[in-house]
Write a protein that binds this ligand. Structure first.
Ligand SMILES: Cc1cc2nc3c(=O)[nH]c(=O)nc-3n(C[C@H](O)[C@H](O)[C@H](O)COP(=O)(O)OP(=O)(O)OC[C@H]3O[C@@H](n4cnc5c(N)ncnc54)[C@H](O)[C@@H]3O)c2cc1C
Length: 294
């Protein structure tokens, strides 16, 4: 878990920008939205400014006794899996070119022999990202698997929200945005309550709740926080990171991509030796890669 990021996750008893307790806003919002508002939902609003990325799965390499490789240096299991697979193609386990794993994998990139990277699968838990980000993330199909928090089954009455990077740091814009999120949350709660009443005749309470939530979620904003487990092989991760660390990528997903790269690099650095991070003009990080989409 990225501790620094976790610390940046805020729980707002008061508006963190203006210092005004939410109740000051709530009374007017509540009056506008409902005569029976669930006030408790306004007393706290959780807010994320940074994504959280946690590695939760890694490959395990089990070297076959009948085909041992002459390794020149230690490597992660994923790196060894890829190297083993590459060497199998040419039966070069004896390592005739006397390459280190780092040198071997760079050579794989040079040759464009990216399929051997597909054997190394890493699984990340991603939190503190918006629904708009997850919509972009799941466009990456080849080599990825996803499991995302369900807004049909999970109550979003106290959902957290993700403040877009472009809003962060501008006091007035932040305050306005917080109010907008609170209003959306109030609308959601109101809609759930109304639908629970409307469908009171449905005896199965779980079914009724699902029915209410799946309709009520339509009023939640793109900034609603989501959580998603993403498994991806290294070929897929490299492709996604190259695209989402480009300066043309949206800022929130670029921020996420920088964290994903840091997390995967810490775990298995040799797969990402050609990624060069630099600060872009907009204040986010971007990256150049030497070997494109292998
Ligand atoms: C800066 C930026 C702006 C974007 N803007 C928009 C936008 O405005 N609207 C929008 O809809 N999307 C947008 N996207 C998403 C983009 O179009 C891709 O859907 C996304 O980047 C995933 O890329 P991909 O399809 O290469 O990835 P994957 O689906 O992971 O595919 C990886 C690679 O596998 C191959 N592949 C996968 N599926 C097939 C297939 N069916 N047939 C043949 N080859 C295949 C291709 O070589 C592909 O590049 C944007 C992406 C970026 C980075």
């Amino acid at each position: 878990m990225d501790v620094e990021s976790r610390e940046r996750q805020e729980t707002c008893d008061v508006n963190p920008v203006t210092g005004i307790p939410p109740a000051n806003h709530d009374s007017s919002l509540i009056a506008r939205l409902s005569s029976h508002p669930p006030v408790a939902y306004f007393s706290r609003m959780r807010l994320y400014r940074e994504p959280l990325v946690t590695l939760i799965g890694r490959p395990q390499f089990i070297e076959p006794a009948q085909l041992p490789v002459q390794w020149r240096e230690p490597g992660s299991d994923g790196e060894r899996l890829a190297e083993f697979a590459g060497r199998l193609c040419y039966m070069s386990q004896r390592n005739p070119a006397n390459r280190t794993t780092a040198e071997y994998l760079i050579n794989i990139l040079k040759q464009g022999h990216g399929s051997v990277f597909e054997h190394a699968v890493y699984v990340l838990l991603i939190e503190g990202v918006s629904r708009s980000l997850s919509h972009e993330l799941v466009r990456h199909r080849a080599g990825f698997g996803y499991s995302q928090l369900s807004q049909r089954y999970v109550d979003e009455s106290d959902a957290a929200f993700v403040m877009p990077p472009a809003i962060q740091g501008d006091e007035a814009a932040e305050a306005e945005w917080l109010e907008q999120m609170q209003a959306a949350q109030a609308s959601y709660v109101q809609a759930v309550n109304r639908l629970m009443e409307r469908y009171a005749w449905i005896e199965d309470r779980m079914h009724r709740r699902k029915l209410a939530r799946e309709a009520a979620r339509s009023v939640l904003p793109n900034g609603t926080e989501t959580k998603i487990v993403v498994s991806g092989n290294i070929r897929a991760w490299r492709g996604m990171l190259e695209l989402r660390l480009g300066e043309g990528a949206e800022r929130e997903i670029r921020r996420l991509a920088a964290k994903v790269l840091a997390t995967l690099r810490a775990e298995t650095p040799r797969f990402f030796a050609d990624f060069e991070l630099y600060p872009a003009e907009d204040g986010e990080q971007a990256a150049r890669v030497v070997y494109h989409k292998v």
